[in-house]
Design a protein around this ligand. Sequence first.
Ligand code: TH1
Length: 797
Amino acid sequence: MTPAQMKDAILHHLVYTLGKDAAHAQTYDWRMALSFAVRDKIVDRWFEATRRTYAGQHKRVYYLSMEFLIGRLLKDAIINMRLEEAAIDALQELKVDYQAILEDEPDAALGNGGLGRLAACFMESMSTIGCPAMGYGIRYENGLFRQRFENGRQVEEPEDWLSQRHAWEFERPEVSIDIGFGGHVQEIGKRANWYPSEMLIAMGHDTPIIGWRGRWGNTLRLWEARPMHGFDLQRFNRGDYAAAAEPEALARTLSRVLYPDDTTEQGKELRLKQEFFFTSASLRDILRRFESEYDDLRLLPKKAAIQMNDTHPAIAGPELVRLLVDERGIDFEEAVGIARNTLSYTNHTLLPEALERWDEGLMGRLLPRHLQLIFRINELHMKDVGTRKVTAVDDGHVKMGELSFIMAHRVNGVSALHTELMKSTVFKDLHELHPNRIVNETNGVTPRRWLLSCNPRLSTLITDAIGDDWVDDLEQLEKLEPHIDDAAFLESYAAAKRQNKNDLANWIAEKLEVGIDPEAIFDVQIKRIHEYKRQHLNLLETIAHWLEIRDNPNQGWVPRVKIFGGKAAPGYVFAKEIVRLTNDVAKVLNSDPLTSRYLKVVYPPNYNVSLAEKLIPASDLSEQISTAGKEASGTGNMKFALNGALTIGTLDGANVEIREHVKPENFFLFGMTADEVMERRKIGGHSGQAIAADPRLARAIEAIRAGRFSPDEPGRYHGIVDNLVHHDYFLVCSDFTDYWRAQREADTAFAAPKDWARMAAFNTARSGWFSSDRTIRGYMADVWHAEAAPTVEDAAG
Ligand code: TH1
């Protein structure tokens, strides 16, 4: 596409799709016009991929996920379609600011954190590889809340990304599926009829996900809940206006909001309804498509692989069995076999507070037939393995992890360590009974968004050095290794980082009115706020460091900017206190004339995908400091390493594998191992001992306790202090001393800029393995038994 053609396409959409003339068009109008122009190009390729999948009778992968944290889509589409030059030139001629258009797009925040972002990276990688696939989820009207700070405290505001027209989706009223809840079951012989008491409609909305070079495109189908019957005209005519609108409002509640809890489980009825709503709609859509092509349901596992992203779609097991047995007359045991061979399950966490369990009473009320089937599935499994030791129903609860395991032919963990811990802890008994079921698929991230698009300076440098094959095959980054000994290359590498830091410093100055020194170490911790992720460990080290600088302000300290980003779940009190403490610490430190040129704290609000794209390319140090054994994988850790930030981290999740790849000397390791953590917890008074042994830690805790960061309310953080001193389940105090040591090692290393650049470049060169393309190939081979389809030729741009 030439710039002139692009310009025509933009103007065409401006006038005929948006009904605006160029003289009066706003940024929004230009953004929509550009999006539609790009979308047109995508559609042909997307159709072609669909045609080929049908024609070649390829196996399809169905990725069922409660969350797809896709973020902005315009730049991704432009880059993957190789339309960037055409778009920039066309807009220049039209005198429209390209960057402003990109920034105008709201983030599609249909996820909480890593689990949802992983699903988004997977969608992009499946399209890049040419794996015929479809993502299924919920089209939340309100995605993850917007975070604002008021006097340091987090305030949540609704996220209304759909208040403007969404340029990327196609509404599919013809794909409307009725979903039932409640009611009763009538058994007739071996089959049963379920008569739900409440019905609503799931309507599909399709977003094309285009792969790199436009060679393939898959669909993300998100369900919107709609009332079965519109509003009640009789009631309306009687003057009862609110009641007339009630059924509609009730149904819509189902796809209204994303639950804002990351790795914690609330056990709310509406959540179970959301889970069944999208899982059932997806399965019926899958079976409808399968039956349009094949007439033998026993072929299902050969032609479809259905992935359950965590246990949120775990009702897929019983629902698929129900659809096969009750609606198609297949024998129960055979149905369980077909379902199991089709389904697989990814576990993303071992935290007990995250494992879903549903009260039998609730389950029986909402899904009476499913509860019956769960009992039968459980009985059959116990009969098959010859033991009653493991069970999916226990103590009046349905345990969704066990149910998923029993109903899946493969169960995977998301990093090597996490997978081993699955085998030895949460799924120990099930693993012994099914030793081949658990496999590992270490997470990955898409290099298109997380390097090519977010870090153009580094991308250009890489392409100049080794060509651009790395974009399809990230392990080619290893070819950078010989360049790392080349002083000119290292200088350019450092210059790119420095320019990214300048950009970020300017942005922070403008948005937060805090001046930061681009020469300082940019030390970044961005992720959901959670005790196990230990933002408070980072804060304690910050405070201890501040106090030490104050003792001796003229001692040539290595300047540092601590950058935090992340949201706390609205009901998670401890996390919200950490948010407030971070803001309070920032206030005190940033205004301290003795220390502020050496140490600043910035906490931009509303951390999301777009902010990550700004922060990661400008980072020097990546904080991955969870208590060992608690972070299943992490994926931010990979994005940082790829963009040349060094990690300071524990041996947790994928940090272990990152360290192996980038080599121990290019990684600041600290802290206890997962085994040591388990041992340490057994020691009574472990935190008291740690505090007594480290005066720096004692002083930092005392500063918080005495109200140095909350002089107007000295007791504000006594909750945090008590937790640290008396409980400290996540062993913040016990890991502090070693963390401090590693931080000072980072200072020393940073003071030698050439060596630092070398280590950073080595991180980039060795991070190729963490591409989600590699992860997806792993799933295709070990879990889905699916092959890539022949893709179309490259988009010429
Ligand atoms: C995260 C894990 O905490 C993280 O370590 C991992 O990298 C990521 O998943 C992707 O695998 C999880 N997010 C959630 C969210 C919910 C429930 C459980 C998990 S685990 C709602």
